[in-house]
Design a protein around this ligand. Sequence first.
Ligand code: G6Q
Length: 551
Amino acid sequence: MVELTQLPAWQTLWEHFVEAKQLHMRDLFASDPQRAERYALEVGGLFLDYSKNRITDSTLRGLMALAREAGLPARIKAMFRGDKINSTEQRAVLHVALRNRTNSPIMVDGEDVMPKVNSVLERMGKFAHAVRSGEWLGYTNQPITDIVNIGIGGSDLGPLMVCRALKPFAHPRLNMHFVSNVDGAQLKETLKKVHSETTLFVVESKTFTTQETLTNALTARDWFVHRARDEKAVAKHFVAVSTNQKAVADFGIDPSNMFEFWDWVGGRYSLWSAIGLPIMLYLGEENFTELLNGAHIMDQHFSNAPFEQNMPVLLAMIGIWYINFYGGGSHVITPYDQYLHHFPAFIQQLDMESNGKQTTLAGKAVEVETAPIIWGETGINGQHAFFQLLHQGTHISPIDLIASLTNCSSLPGHHEILLANVFAQAEAFMRGKTEQEARAELTQQGWQGEALEALVPHKVFNGNRPSNMLLMDLLNPRNLGSLIALYEHKIFVQGVIWQINSFDQWGVELGKQLAKTIQAELLGQPLSPEHDSSTRHLIELYRQANQRGCT
Ligand code: G6Q
């Protein structure tokens, strides 16, 4: 594999960058009245306006050439075909199979995975129907009113984000709770809100060895058995989602209450699998299917559309332009939609755990920056907090602005304010305010002389700050499915360009290993001589505090 920095397109892009970095988007818009029209794209229910980026036709030509030279067409085919592209774990990467609505065969180790996928979906559907209809009864013959999902990372963030995003589609009887943190506060506060007789616990863990999840699940089980006074009642109130049947059985959950998935589903890509069970319970089978349909639309688009009109490829390559050429190592996600409150955190894991890598597939150190730091918050709140840095700070942080066009709020006036703000922010980022404009504005307000001149520099906005506008007609299951799949594929494309494996996560291991030793030491075992002085001191502080107790 030719190294990225040796590819001809990489060199050409650097030559182009020397000129391109002088350009201002104001001028690009002024010189091309068709720019917004030309740099826009619609896929399913998603509309992308990428015109407010520091790009020209030459930039896009160069970036698409780079994608081709980096072997992207072959890598896309390899993923969809079920090749073991997660090479460090020797696994296929097949979240696309989970939403393969055409059911075309996808082979892993000589076996078509589609029958297994469909059979688990069917079981999930039956179970969800039983719970939602009130047919599934708790140990005192009452229907379920509360579902508590216990899981962390990929076994939490996806279901959490989707359930919160699609709350208006939820069953009116059901309340959905999520417990991920091993800090007992989260479980304790959740258990205060629910009743053992009407609560269903869904324990989600791909490996079923994750300490946080198993600790929370055991505590929840004890809490439940203490109230039900009957071990057998657990079968009506605990189900598991895992790839590890033995560990589920050892934990005490009847394997007939287990929903299966497979090692070719990565944790952060797993909401489409049985890990989506809480989504199906809360929103119903039909809405879950719509979520899959939306993702499938994006999958088909991604694998078939020419790169120049391919939404994930465009977003990924424009991202590469900023990260690797402008040196902008941060990317902001701002939904102008309260229901998408958890979306930035979900994308943060998806991107940073996938592409936060420093070793290429060939085992060498990468020569370029990889994953940007992903951060964000609902946009309108962000405007009153961190947008100052985006407008006048010294970093380049491209921003994705996400909103729904149709006003579905029953509260008059709100949606217009929201949308006016998202459009205005994109315009302000692009256009900025020149010194001349700032001076004229202040003069009109009555400022003059030294006071005027002292204020002018502070009122200048350089503009030329990149943003992508992602719009949906409505935030519904189908459009959300497409939106999530868009980011999944964008991240995959960037991983291909950087020649890294986007589907492992060895970086989370070291801390876990060390925590095991420290946990024993907190409980009184002698301190390991291998600790540094800071860690030893921290452990001592813990011991002293716990001798004093909580009063
Ligand atoms: C995701 C990661 C990670 C994982 C959690 C939970 O891709 O691998 O976030 O999902 O560590 O793991 P389990 O599902 O095995 O409990």
